[in-house]
Design a protein around this ligand. Structure first.
Ligand SMILES: Cc1cc2nc3c(=O)[nH]c(=O)nc-3n(C[C@H](O)[C@H](O)[C@H](O)COP(=O)(O)OP(=O)(O)OC[C@H]3O[C@@H](n4cnc5c(N)ncnc54)[C@H](O)[C@@H]3O)c2cc1C
Length: 415
């Protein structure tokens, strides 16, 4: 019977432990926090977007950080395989807009509890409040691990320590050090799916304001680099929300390139309307409110606290009577409504990112087995590797699938 140590009880480590246990290995799962799955418990705003119903090509497309590496992994354990497995463990799921899969209960804690239940069933030993400090290797082969409490002999180790984002959940980048000590390359560690810091100070005045059904575009060198339709939110430092988090990947790339400044964000507050139709709509409102001041004539079109901002950006006087607004001034307002511009200052730090971009280099891992090409018996799974995806359940699927493939290979050998 093989003895396996799994370092980290997040999505990847929990899946690997459950599968290795099910397949008959002796498994010790070591988790440095006081419980497993802390991050899993806060995923999807507490609802856990487990995976996506998209096909595999969509998965690869939505994984800008080394999606192609996952072809071999997803062939062995796909989203359908994951859902069949979770259903067989008693977790019911549902599919929502954009193919996002959630537990029917809307509870991320139920997903975590399902894993805890299964680990018990398969006799996995879970050691919480214990931190792995070193992986022991002799003659290029794993022989054990050393923690802050004990040493363990083993045949194989899976590093599943997660990335560097949301460190309060336990992912503090330990896996990079453990792997680097064994000769592995660690790529640049950067934030991905992260809020964006904006230069304009007026964003502070509307912090908390959420916009739905807007089109957000990233502009650099006079060209639209990427755009997205959906929700966004203003904060005290800039902007966040689903569209912004996804577009942060493009912003990060531009920030690393030369001569891309200034990078701006253009928000189309009325993307369903052409410029002409929007102007007609504004004319209608202005007829209705012709005796009011400008500040009081746009309430049918915009959230209240956005009105003074839009008027300011159009360089108009809020108190000007509407019946004195010229055509040129009205067209200026229309332009701002469809091209509200913010200047990017930078990204928030990796600790505030939903995922970490970069990690242990994939060049040194076999995508069919998740085993290291440098050290026999050493495996990697989840976000600690140089993999990152967009929102939609793609990151958890990557963690679950890599954990699954590693566990199966340790127990059953060559595929
Ligand atoms: C707020 C938020 C919401 C998210 N929502 C979603 C979502 O809905 N859908 C989705 O697909 N993705 C989501 N993600 C991303 C997803 O949660 C991660 O990609 C995924 O959890 C990575 O799993 P992992 O097992 O690789 O790492 P983690 O879940 O980070 O787990 C790593 C574990 O290793 C432990 N550990 C670290 N070092 C050591 C050590 N030295 N010894 C022992 N243990 C150690 C940590 O304590 C931790 O428990 C979200 C992320 C965040 C921050």
């Amino acid at each position: 019977m093989k003895q396996i140590v799994i370092v980290g009880g997040g999505a990847a480590g929990l899946m690997a432990a459950a599968i290795a246990g099910r397949e008959g290995a002796r498994v010790i799962l070591i988790e440095k926090m006081n419980m497993v799955g802390k991050k899993m418990g806060i995923t999807g705003k507490g609802r856990c977007n487990i995976t996506n119903s998209a096909d595999m090509s969509e998965f690869i497309h939505n994984t800008p950080g080394n999606g192609k590496f996952l072809y071999g992994v997803y062939e062995r354990f796909s989203n359908t395989d994951l859902l069949n497995l979770l259903h067989s463990w008693g977790l019911k799921t549902k599919v929502e807009r954009g193919g996002r899969v959630f537990p029917e209960s809307d509870s991320a804690l139920e997903v975590r509890n399902t894993f805890i239940k299964v680990l018990k069933k398969y006799g996995v030993q879970v050691h919480t409040n214990e931190s792995v400090q070193k992986i022991v290797v002799q003659n290029d082969k794993v022989t054990g691990v050393v923690t802050d409490k004990e040493s363990y002999a083993c045949d194989a180790v899976i590093i599943a320590t997660g990335g560097k984002s949301y460190p309060l959940t336990g992912s503090t980048g330990d896996g990079y050090k453990l792997a680097a000590l064994l000769g592995h390359t660690i790529t640049d560690i950067r934030p991905s799916l992260v809020p964006i810091v904006i230069k304009e100070q007026w964003v502070k005045n509307i912090m908390g304001l959420s916009l739905r059904n807007v089109e957000v575009s990233i502009i650099s060198k006079g060209k639209t680099q990427s755009s997205m339709f959906g929700e966004m939110m203003f904060t005290h430092f800039g902007v966040t929300g689903p569209t912004i988090l996804s577009l942060s990947h493009t912003v990060g790339k531009l920030l690393r390139k030369k001569n891309t400044n200034p990078i701006t964000i253009s928000i189309n507050l009325k993307p369903a309307l052409t410029a002409e139709v929007l102007d007609k709509r504004l004319q209608k409102d202005f007829e209705l409110y012709s005796k009011k001041q400008l500040i009081n004539g746009m309430k049918d079109l915009l959230p209240q606290n956005l009105i003074p901002i839009v008027i300011g950006l159009a360089e108009l006087d809020s108190h000007k009577p509407i019946n004195q607004i010229t055509k040129e001034e009205r067209l200026r307002l229309c332009h701002v409504l469809q091209h509200m511009t913010l200047t990017v200052e930078g990204l928030r730090p990796v600790e505030e990112a939903i995922v970490t971009s970069g990690g242990i280099s994939l060049k040194e891992f076999n995508p069919k087995t998740m085993e290291s090409k440098l050290v026999q018996g050493l495996y990697g799974a989840g976000e600690v590797l140089d993999i990152d995806a967009f929102t939609g359940g793609y990151n958890l699927q990557a963690a679950f699938s890599t954990g699954y493939v590693a566990a199966m290979h340790i127990v059953h050998g060559d595929d």
